[in-house]
Write a protein that binds this ligand. Structure first.
Ligand code: MSP
Length: 662
């Protein structure tokens, strides 16, 4: 393992304020940066802004200001958010920095001098409205695939980077370095992309069309294509934002974190650019998945953009960081739902961790004078040894999970120990031991073990939940600080160092949270700007009644009489159509034997309306009517699937509508 760790996030376009997608990558990078600092590695963590290009120019034009003013105005929205989210970046780059621009020009000149950049005529289909070219295969019926306006054939003199010549070298590199592109499915995707001939890359735009960019050093009438400018940030920052003189030695980067949509630009454009510049390729590029919100694509026009600021205000920064990394395996798409957030908050943060900390500290206060007592080896039991063993295994597992970017599994492992510690309290029952003076030494041993497990947990959660870890540290009276490389070697059970008094403090994760703002707005300012929250929950239940919006960890057992209250019936689908403006909802007319009912179900991603006609399904017949996107739904359909619907419950066609399902 290399001693240095250089991790980057994409640099974000300043065409709008940051949202959950930006927060996601940046938090993930932060966790790694914090973890490897604790592990004693020399870390450089870079994030920043992509300030050039069409999108930014357009956003500035819309606001009627010049692009630089626009960038300067929007920049604090990102910087302030990173502060609020406890992001510990070592540098924040802006592509309008003079030093960055000079380095981009130097790279361009070097490639031009080596004849790796040439000028040529480019002909393509141009959409004036979107101000972009489309290839022959993109254009449908002479229309722009994006805005559906007519496109015209335009020829333009542009500069091209000889990307095509690196195709085989790149394939060879990917094959020889299994960790270069992760996860594996994305690696295969890039290899698939490289099966086709690779074209040269147009790296310039005439100023007549786009003026907001880095001027080409060899042609003042052109600016650099925004991606060529942006990708160079990973190198340029090392020259003027990293500590010198070691800055440039951070190259090659250990890890570029990117969203799946910008994998090709990183894996192909950036890699071949580096080959042209004769620089080593990054060790790894990891593409994570995308978030939907309450099952819908997140977009401004839908008004469901999740504002991280509002989430932090409502739940606290650590709950937000925890949820994002716990809910979905990094690399896969995931859904951000309020029900799932609340459920994890209540079960895993307030109940599991919050309770453990509060019970343990209360007992240390009540039964040990707020001091961590010494343990008496003679009074040790298997329960203590089991706890100590589990804690001692924790960091090895964490290290492995984080090497593979399995944030969710890392947190799962930590929470395994949290749960074990809670069980330890239940089984050892210190409050009973406290009633019997003959058990004094056993009581002190139990309290010692509790303090130790809290110490281990404090260190383990530190990269994920810095505020929580700090609160646990001070309450436990630990003398160490997180600026020290505390995990260079993994902690040893019993090797505690405490200053003195432990303190109980207030609840780490208070239960009575303020209600979220759910008003529909086009500005991404409310935590959840969806259709009414109630309808969304109901919609979730519609598509998947099996989870009812709660995770299994909180699900309670129900009696047969409660179950019998639910009337399940056979129904036949008579009509089906899509609900306008929703890619998820279908409006069904069903025959339930005694009557016809209208049911709105979240199954539109899985089924086209026409394939459902005449099918026999199971419905909940005695559900109170609810409105989904303003449409009344009189019942719900049964379907299998955790988040996404995998299948409706179909019955043979001869099952009679109205028949009970038991
Ligand atoms: N400026 C380029 C990156 C240049 S890097 C040299 C860019 N910027 S962006 O602001 O449009 O997107 C930044 C990141 O946000 C991308 O990694 C993208 O995948 C991510 N996300 C945007 N929407 C997202 C979700 N809904 N969910 C998760 N991430 C998403 O692209």
């Amino acid at each position: 393992m290399s001693q240095s760790f250089y991790v980057t996030t994409p640099i974000y376009y300043v065409n709008d304020v940051p949202h959950i997608g930006h927060a996601y990558t940046t938090i993930a990078a932060d966790v790694l940066a914090r973890f490897y600092r604790l592990r004693g590695r020399r870390v450089f963590f870079l994030t920043g802004l992509d300030e050039h290009g069409q999108k930014v120019q357009q956003a500035a034009a819309k606001a009627n200001i010049d692009p630089q003013t626009h960038c300067d105005r929007l920049m604090p929205a990102f910087k302030n958010l990173w502060e609020k989210l406890n992001i510990s970046q070592d540098a924040f780059i802006r592509t309008t920095d003079k030093s960055h621009q000079a380095i981009v020009q130097r790279c361009l000149q070097a490639l031009y001098d080596k004849d790796l950049i040439y000028q040529a005529e480019y002909t393509g289909w141009y959409c004036t409205f979107d101000e972009r070219f489309w290839t022959e295969k993109d254009v449908e019926n002479g229309q722009c695939p994006d805005c559906r306006r007519p496109v015209e054939q335009v020829s333009e003199r542009n500069y091209f980077f000889r990307m095509s010549q690196y195709r085989q070298a790149l394939i060879d590199h990917i094959k020889a370095h299994p960790a270069f592109i992760r996860p594996e499915s994305r690696r295969n995707e890039v290899l698939g992309f490289l099966q086709k001939p690779l074209e040269d890359l147009s790296i310039s735009r005439p100023k007549s069309r786009l003026s907001w960019g880095v001027e080409l050093p060899f042609d003042r009438d052109c600016v650099t294509y925004v991606w060529f400018d942006a990708l160079v940030n990973y190198l340029s920052a090392l020259e003027y934002l990293a500590p010198q003189p070691e800055g440039p030695h951070f190259w090659p980067a250990s890890l570029h974190l990117v969203g799946k949509d910008i994998l090709t630009t990183h894996a192909v454009y950036w890699s071949t650019m580096l080959m042209g510049m004769e620089r080593p390729l990054p060790e790894s590029i990891f593409a994570h998945g995308w978030w939907t919100v309450e099952g819908e694509k997140m977009s401004k026009s839908r008004g469901n953009v999740v504002d991280p600021n509002a989430m932090v205000e409502q739940f606290g920064v650590d709950a937000f960081r925890y949820f994002l990394l716990r809910e979905v395996p990094f690399g896969q798409d995931g859904d951000f739902s309020h029900a799932a957030f609340e459920s994890r908050y209540n079960a895993e943060l307030a109940n599991d961790l919050g309770n453990l900390v509060s019970r343990s500290l209360t007992m240390l206060g009540n039964f040990a004078n707020a001091r961590v007592p010494a343990m008496d080896p003679k009074s040790q039991t298997d329960l203590d040894r089991e706890l100590a063993q589990a804690a001692s295994n924790l960091f090895e597992a964490l290290d492995t999970h984080l090497r593979h970017l399995e944030f969710n599994r890392a947190l799962e492992t930590i929470w395994g120990l949290v749960q074990l510690a809670n069980q330890y309290i239940d089984k050892t029952a210190p409050w009973t031991l406290a009633k019997d003076s003959a058990q004094e030494s056993r009581l002190q041993t139990v309290l010692f073990h509790l303090a130790e497990v809290l110490r281990f947990l404090t260190l383990a959660v530190a990269p994920f939940m810095p505020h929580t870890a700090e609160a646990m540290r001070t309450r436990l009276g630990l003398t160490v600080t997180f600026h020290q490389p505390l995990l260079t070697t993994f902690p040893t059970w019993g090797d505690h160092r405490y200053t003195g008094e432990t303190t109980k403090g207030t609840s780490l994760f208070p239960k009575n949270l303020p209600k979220p703002s759910t008003t529909q707005t086009t500005e991404p300012s409310a935590a959840f700007t969806t259709t009414s929250e109630k309808s969304v929950k109901e919609q979730k239940a519609q598509s998947n009644p099996s989870d009812g919006g709660a995770t299994s960890s909180t699900a309670e057992l129900i009696g047969i009489d409660e179950f019998m209250k639910v009337q399940l019936k056979v129904a036949k689908i008579l009509q089906a159509e899509r609900v306008p403006k929703s890619d998820k909802l279908l409006k069904l007319q069903v025959d339930v034997g005694t009557e016809h009912r209208q049911i709105v179900a979240g199954i539109g991603k899985k089924y086209a309306p026409e394939e459902l006609l005449g099918r026999t399904i199971v419905v909940v017949a005695n559900l109170k009517p609810a409105k989904l996107m303003g449409i009344e739904s009189q019942g719900m359909v049964l379907a299998a699937g955790d988040k996404d619907v995998v299948s409706l419950l179909f019955l043979p066609d001869d099952a009679l509508p109205g028949t009970k399902v038991k």
